[in-house]
Design a protein around this ligand. Sequence first.
Ligand code: TXA
Ligand code: MG
Length: 341
Amino acid sequence: MKTEYLTQNEISAAADILRRGGLVGIPTETVYGLGANALDVDAVGRIFKAKGRPQDNPLIIHIPDVSWLDRYCRDIPQAAYVLARRFWPGPMTMVLPRRDNVPDVVTAGLDTVGIRCPGHALCRKIIELADVPVAAPSGNLSGRPSPTTAAHMLEDMDGRIDAIVDGGSCGVGVESTIIDLTCTPPRLLRPGGVTLEQLCEVLGQVEIDPAVRRLMAAGEKPKAPGMAYRHYAPRAPVTVVTGDPEKSAAYIAARARDCEGVICFDEFVHMFNGQTGKTRIMDLGACADKEEQARHIFDALRAFDHTDVTAIWAQCPDTEGIGLAVVNRLSKAAGFHVIEV
Ligand code: TXA
Ligand code: MG
């Protein structure tokens, strides 16, 4: 199949393809998504095929407006509307009881559905024009880092999808925060652009799903099935080093060998340049700027796949704010191989 490249001025073509049951790469504020009409069972089936995604991993439904929420969800608690008012459109997915019109293939048979209203105006416009809810996982091949540009999505999906809309690079860079509102207290299933601290301001208490911070044991099931998979992973094994940035930089500098890669903060790039002639360095952004680190994390992991590095070392922020999402994605890329200095 030839993948059509569409500009921001050609979104009506994208909407047509969605309505006809095709697959479209769509820009969102978090990462690029692989969209299809959520109510079209065959179209949704093609998402799983194009990604090589396990059938037991449910998809998030994207809506252009909070007014669509009760079309697909029922027994919606007041807290959902409060969250939506505060954080939508934006990088937050709510898990709620689903209505019967949501196909099983979308929810992987669960009686809940993940739903979000994206903060990318072009994306909402595409959904509005298509006039159907859009199921969209991240637009990477299963297991690869999520794409934050159209070019990155095409690396994985060229020839596998009908079209892609180029909406520029994603402003947030990590996927949406997933909050499960079907349990008490509500549970954070995946940290993302909306921070835990922000959620707590609205919800009071929030429980953190164990899969956010550690590897699941054999037989243990996280509430977000996707959190169980080794994920976001570049080809080379990753070691994450946490703690004081000066110390983690020194720790890595003492160990990184030729032909190994380093992901580090701005301030420490100079320590790796020249020291180990062939080491590849990816700059995550300034130490104090976690938003910038979030924007770069997937690009850094993806970039190493174009090199022959045999191992990757990564500095890591603390878990405050969007730091929790950066730590989670890095730790998952490392299979939770994390060293504290
Ligand atoms: O930012 C995002 O959320 C991006 C963009 C494209 O919107 N989408 C995204 O989708 O990250 P995906 O499929 O890559 O990740 C969705 C995660 C998976 O871990 C999945 O298991 C979980 O959400 N999930 C979906 N529906 C769920 C449900 N009903 N209950 C629990 N977890 C759910
Ligand atoms: Mg994904």
